[in-house]
Write a protein that binds this ligand. Structure first.
Ligand SMILES: C[S@@+](CC[C@H](N)C(=O)[O-])C[C@H]1O[C@@H](n2cnc3c(N)ncnc32)[C@H](O)[C@@H]1O
Length: 307
């Protein structure tokens, strides 16, 4: 099934030549899918998320991103994007992916396997402004595959030009105000790198109401989370800071998430280079009962062979 908000011709199963998208086309109005779609009139609000603050204690930040990694892995949340991401990486011919804002590893345990199954031996570099090195090491040992970890802070808004031929951001593009978000895209373009952004959250009333269940989900999930940590149990059941923090940051994430139209605007606002890229922006259907995943994929336009 094709994503309802797709703007480019074709899906990943079609020939690559049909998989072209002119920047001008990005502004065409697209039907918004029903269900947990972006709620009309709900403006983007950039409140703070606690775990992204420099003053947030590392154990609270790690407790938040470790829960996110657990839920994403168990629920295979980003599995529906694998095919499209793999196709983009294949088009770029990248062998090294730099994942920005990796938190505790996000979806890479399962996505790495999808790359291996597709016969693309990519090396993934996990990075973050506040790297959770222990979590990166767990992803590395669990995959047994090439996952490189960076224990120095990597700011997604200041990525060294030589870092990877392809950049990814999962559940994190909403952390950036429009100017910074546009600069992240521009930085990838300047480096000639592919870039892919995926967001499972959505700025919708339905998802905000659904987020009220998050504290309960944290209470249920915590005994199954590894590694076992006494502080995690104390901060979940004795003083329930973690359930409340994860709910609050999750709700704020929804309010900050860019819609496909807003992602198109970010591309249009880039100073230079956008026309040298193919931009695929839209929503990928998720499994039944789940909201579609909003995505943006930018890849350098391939030169047409001269006749
Ligand atoms: C919601 S978590 C997402 C983690 C992961 N990608 C996932 O899917 O589970 C957002 C992450 O972005 C990181 N972050 C926030 N601002 C950042 C920045 N300017 N540069 C790099 N990482 C940043 C935070 O430390 C946090 O780990």
């Amino acid at each position: 099934m094709q994503g309802a908000g797709d703007v480019c011709a074709g899906d990943t199963r079609r020939a690559e030549s049909t998989y072209r998208c002119q920047t001008a086309l990005l502004r065409d109005p697209e039907p918004v899918p029903r269900g947990l779609a972006y709620t009309p009139g709900m403006a983007r609000i950039h409140l703070i998320e606690i775990h992204e603050q420099s003053w947030c204690p590392a154990f609270l930040r790690d407790g938040t991103t470790e829960y996110l990694e657990f839920v994403i892995r168990k629920g295979r949340f980003y599995q529906p994007v694998a095919e499209r991401l793999i196709a983009a990486v294949r088009r770029v011919g990248a062998r090294r992916i730099t994942d920005l804002c990796s938190g505790s590893g996000g979806p890479w345990v399962s996505l790495h396997q999808a790359f291996a199954d597709a016969g693309i031996p990519v090396e993934v570099t996990l990075t973050d402004l506040y790297p959770n090195v222990a979590a990166f090491e767990r992803v590395q040992s669990e995959t047994g595959l090439a996952v490189e970890l960076r224990n120095d802070p990597v700011d997604a808004t200041r990525v060294p030009a030589d870092m990877g031929e392809f950049r990814t951001l999962f559940s994190s593009f909403h952390h950036f105000q429009p100017a910074a978000a546009s600069a992240i895209l521009a930085s990838a373009v300047k480096a000639g790198a592919g870039i892919a952004v995926f967001e499972a959250s959505k700025r919708s009333l339905g998802m905000l109401i659904g987020s009220l269940l998050v504290p309960l989900m944290v209470l249920v999930a915590t005994p199954f989370m590894r590694p076992f940590r006494v502080w995690r149990l104390l901060l979940t059941y004795l003083i329930p800071i973690l359930p409340l923090l994860i709910w609050f940051d999750g709700a704020v994430s929804c309010l900050r998430t860019y819609s496909p139209d807003e992602l198109r605007d970010l591309v249009a606002e880039m100073d230079a280079g956008a026309d040298d890229y193919e931009w695929d922006i839209g929503e990928i259907p998720a499994s039944v009962g789940r909201s579609p995943i909003t995505y943006l994929i930018g890849t350098p336009r391939t030169q047409e062979p001269s006749t």
